[in-house]
Design a protein around this ligand. Structure first.
Ligand code: HEM
Length: 166
């Protein structure tokens, strides 16, 4: 039955499945990163152990959600090339920079400070660790900002020009 399906429909089904899978994890990691920053801030401000206990509990769930977000997100980046190669070719000059800003401003920030957040408490001390948690939280917001900017342009494309080559 699948052999009779239009390749466009198949490509949409595949991408739809992946993006539906991906969005579950940012929904967790964007909220949890900020929640973790609040918990650690409260622990630093009050010294109450309960905040650190909660932090240690939720950081494990955050790490899994984050890892799944990375894995499912990477697949979609490849699907831009495999499923939507002509679209990527035509819109690359507009969408490419925004996605590059996402990598540079969000993914680098998250990836760099995630290591400190997960493994660095004893190595860098509580205050610097808190700064790392904040950076990861800010990074998740930047991620969402740039990808939503891409989506916004796809819905209402504006501010670009075409040359004779198209
Ligand atoms: C076509 C759409 C999308 C693509 C190609 C994409 C791609 C990616 C990639 C490659 C990663 C892993 C980055 C790393 O190496 O750290 C990632 C993670 C992430 N994405 Fe997406 N993404 C898409 C849609 C979205 C949407 C709609 C949101 C939320 C509004 C979002 C939010 C995030 C966040 C917060 C992360 C980092 C945290 C995590 O892994 O959960 N993404 N995405």
């Amino acid at each position: 039955m699948l052999a009779n399906l239009d390749p466009l429909i198949l490509a949409r089904m595949q991408f739809g499945f992946t993006v539906a899978f991906h969005i579950v994890f940012p929904a967790f990691s964007i909220g949890l990163a900020s929640f973790l920053a609040v918990l650690e801030g409260l622990w630093l401000a009050t010294g109450r152990q309960v905040f650190m206990d909660l932090f240690k509990y939720w950081i494990k769930i955050f790490a899994i959600a984050f890892a799944m977000g990375v894995v499912s997100g990477l697949v979609m980046s490849y699907q831009f090339g495999t499923n939507w190669s002509v679209f990527s070719d035509k819109t690359g000059p507009v969408l490419g920079p925004m996605m590059a800003y996402e990598v540079l401003s969000a993914f680098f920030l998250e990836a760099g400070f995630l290591g400190v957040m997960l493994f660095g408490m004893r190595k860098v001390g509580p205050r610097l660790h808190f700064a790392a948690t904040l950076m990861v939280a800010v990074g998740t917001f930047f991620s969402a900002f740039w990808i939503l900017a891409v989506n916004s342009w796809m819905q209402t494309p504006a501010g670009y020009g075409t040359n004779p080559q198209g």
